[in-house]
Design a protein around this ligand. Structure first.
Ligand code: ZN
Length: 200
């Protein structure tokens, strides 16, 4: 494996990607860090860096956004996404107003682009404000809610973990955000419990 491929592989296994779906990865930007709930989105730059990491195309804005506008919009979209996901998972009525407001801002059109001898078809978003900037994420959330198989959308079974994932494993028996993290902790805890029971 080339060094670069190795880095990509490790990155893919990093917590940023455990959701295995852009919308869930976005929800997972709130996560436990050393026992405390932490928000990895602390600035506009963090939001942009996260979108880049997820391969969401980011054309330059003609006018810069107001400071923290992107951060505020991203956090409010994430709150809406998490609530909708929990409601959908629980089989409750999903509150759609806030998400639909975001979707209404998602103005885009298709564009053909010549690349050597082939033509690529790309979706171009008009991004003049923070809500529009986040349009591809809002659409990923909507797509998950409408088309996702919610038997496969699951919460990590880790005791204090807040992460979700889309179980794309063959047997659909995934239980943890990461095998090394929550999976290992659970195995160690089960082992200790067995040993304690045996010594009684
Ligand atoms: Zn976990």
């Amino acid at each position: 494996m080339k060094a670069n491929a190795k880095v990509i592989e490790r990155e893919k296994r990093s917590v940023d990607f455990v959701g295995d779906h852009v919308a869930i990865n976005f929800i997972n930007t709130r996560r436990m860090h050393e026992g405390v709930l932490a928000d990895t989105l602390q600035s506009d730059e963090n939001v942009i860096a996260w979108m880049r990491k997820m391969d969401i195309r980011l054309p330059l804005l003609r006018k810069p956004l107001r400071p923290k506008a992107l951060l505020r919009a991203a956090r409010s979209l994430r709150t809406l996404a998490l609530r909708a996901l929990e409601q959908r998972k629980a089989g409750k009525r999903v509150r759609l107003e806030g998400l639909n407001t975001f979707l209404a801002q998602a103005i885009s059109h298709l564009q053909l682009k010549a690349r050597e001898r082939r033509l690529d078809l790309q979706r171009v978003y008009l991004r003049r404000d923070a809500k529009r900037y986040l349009a591809p994420i809002a659409e990923a959330i909507a797509d998950l809610l409408a088309h996702g198989d919610f038997d496969l959308v699951r919460h990590c079974e880790g005791e204090k973990c807040v992460l979700w994932f889309y179980d794309r494993t063959k047997g659909h028996r995934r239980r943890w955000c990461t095998a090394e993290g929550c999976g290992t902790r659970a195995r160690v805890a089960a082992f200790r419990a067995r040993r304690a029971a045996a010594s009684k």
